[in-house]
Design a protein around this ligand. Structure first.
Ligand SMILES: [Zn+2]
Length: 353
């Protein structure tokens, strides 16, 4: 199963809206005779790839797969049928498909066909691997990671908005590769106006993550790096209760536009989940970051901390006001993973609850 999970992880960042799945087939003597993984949405599922790679007869053998085989006809034929017709007599499934419409059905069909099904092997590791997929299926929201870079005194920019660069070059290039894990990157209109970012992995992922701009005003510049759709797709989401729709004319035709009825970031999360995004990266400024946390859109944080001091009461912080009055109200994080990137420190953690 650990081999299946490792194979599954090779599809990281490429399988959405599907999960990451790996499959290993053993012959009746317990020797590995084939394996496969789902490497991209629309391509064969892990089980199908493992059967396609099969060189020997699998009759009487067994299969290890980190997620319940599918039983519905999607873009590819159901895997359950392939397992049944293969002559395999035993299958180890790590976790059930979290999709309520199909969960348990694949296992039921396998059992009805006389195959022994063992559920739960390496469950914790499999849930961790596909946490974003599981989260989207259970909540209809995307799994959100909030990222920011700051000085050791907790500042993300000077009072005048200047912020290039706080962290070192190595940290910044790490961000590019780190983006490849995500289906979408979200910024607010302020970040677009101030930084004119490119928001790509610089070619590390194809297609590049969807670039999402959330704006309350639609007052976006007519020239922007994000209006160039050659490198990556861009989606503008605007709050129709406050935006001036006259500004829509500034946005080029190659950019998609969607509207939401309020400025609650949960609507962005739900909209992107509906579009099949499992995991999204919020690279936004303090205002949107604060409301994204408040509305429960953030599951994890990643903070790059540079040994520099910006100072100033009015220089920019990663967050706005949460209006906490008592210390017991403040946000508490789970155990952190801390690493050093040259002189910078990278802290990864998750929000409690
Ligand atoms: Zn399948």
């Amino acid at each position: 199963m650990k081999r299946a999970i490792h194979l599954a992880s090779l599809g990281d960042g490429k399988t959405s809206p599907n999960p990451m799945v790996g499959a290993v087939i053993l012959d009746k003597n317990g020797n590995i005779i084939s394996e496969g993984f789902h490497y991209k949405a629309g391509m064969p599922h892990a089980e199908a790839m493992a059967f396609n790679n099969l060189k020997k007869d699998a009759t009487g053998g067994s299969m290890y797969v980190n997620l319940e085989p599918c039983c519905h006809l999607g873009k590819t034929p159901p895997c359950v049928d392939k397992v049944i017709s293969s002559g395999i007599k035993k299958i180890y499934v790590s976790i059930k498909d979290p999709d309520k419409r199909v969960s348990g059905k694949g296992i039921k069909l396998l059992k009805e066909a006389g195959i022994q099904v063992h559920l739960g092997l390496c469950k914790k590791e499999s849930l961790e691997l596909n946490k974003a997929f599981v989260y989207r299926n259970i909540t209809d929201k995307t799994y959100g990671v909030l990222k920011w870079a700051m000085s050791i005194d907790g500042r993300i920019g000077l009072k005048n908005g200047k912020s290039k660069w706080i962290t070192n070059e190595e940290s910044r290039s790490l961000v590019h590769s780190f983006r490849a894990e995500f289906d979408a990157i979200i910024i607010g209109g302020n970040t677009l106006r101030k930084d004119n970012p490119i928001l790509t992995t610089r070619g590390l992922k194809s297609p590049e993550p969807l670039r999402v701009i959330f704006t309350k005003t639609l007052d976006l510049p007519s020239k922007s790096n994000l209006w160039n759709s050659n490198e990556a797709k861009t989606l503008v989401i605007y709050d129709s209760s406050t935006a001036n729709e006259k500004f829509l004319a500034r946005i080029p035709k190659c950019v998609e536009v969607e509207k939401v009825s309020t400025d609650n970031p949960e609507l962005i999360s739900r909209l992107l989940a509906k579009r099949g995004c499992n995991k999204v990266l919020w690279e936004c400024g303090p205002r949107l970051a604060t409301s994204a946390v408040k509305s429960g859109c953030i599951n994890e944080i990643i903070s790059f901390i540079a040994p520099k001091i910006l100072g100033g009461e009015n220089s920019m912080s990663p967050f706005g006001d949460f209006e906490f009055q008592e210390m017991h109200e403040i946000l508490d994080l789970n155990e952190s993973n801390i690493s050093f990137i040259g002189n910078d420190i990278c802290v990864k953690s998750s929000l409690k609850n």
